[in-house]
Design a protein around this ligand. Structure first.
Ligand SMILES: O=c1ccn([C@H]2C[C@H](O)[C@@H](COP(=O)(O)O)O2)c(=O)[nH]1
Ligand SMILES: [Zn+2]
Length: 166
């Protein structure tokens, strides 16, 4: 019997894991997932955006705007990329790549560069016009981090939990 032909690429596999991770996010507006992969295609860590441990999802605010910035999510939420870096358990991330649903902000860009990650594969760049993203791109360029827009060959992937589908 010939091998299956319609299998997913490495990029689709790792971006798929980043997107699956993002589905754990409680952020009602933007769910971000990240997956860090070694140069020999081993998954080193994953993360998604959420409040730090001990900071309840039900007590901290999910608002995008308020009179006081501490009544919004922004000072408190830990970004997907930073969570993925912190979740890697201190492993050497030099030469790895990170798959992200959303182009990293300037704070995540600094953490990505300092941890030795060499490539960012991103899907959405919806905040491309913001100062944060412009600063990220400037730093990535200076630091020699490769930026790759994710180009899938499959438009959608289906995951079924129906055991009769196995
Ligand atoms: O690099 C990034 C940038 C943003 N995030 C998270 C932080 C927030 O939870 C959302 C953005 O919310 P908006 O309502 O779209 O402003 O995305 C991240 O994880 N990584
Ligand atoms: Zn960020």
């Amino acid at each position: 019997m010939p091998k299956r032909e319609n299998y997913i690429s490495w990029d689709e596999y790792f971006m798929g894991i980043a997107l699956l991770s993002s589905m754990r996010s409680k952020d009602p507006s933007t769910q971000v997932g990240a997956c860090i992969v070694s140069d020999d295609n081993k998954i080193m860590s994953v993360g998604y955006n959420g409040f730090p441990r001990g900071c309840s999802d039900d007590e901290y605010p999910w608002e995008r705007s308020a009179d006081c910035s501490n009544d919004t999510k922004y000072p408190f939420v830990c970004h997907a990329e930073l969570n993925a870096i912190l979740n890697s358990g201190g492993h050497n991330l030099s030469g790895s790549r990170i798959y992200v649903a959303l182009f990293p902000c300037n704070e995540c860009a600094k953490a990505i560069i300092q941890s030795g990650i060499k490539e960012v594969v991103y899907m959405s760049d919806k905040y491309a016009e913001t100062e944060s993203t412009i600063a990220s791109k400037k730093m990535f360029l200076s630091a020699g981090v490769k930026l790759t827009k994710f180009t899938p060959t499959h438009k959608n992937l289906k995951i079924s939990f129906d055991e009769s589908d196995v």
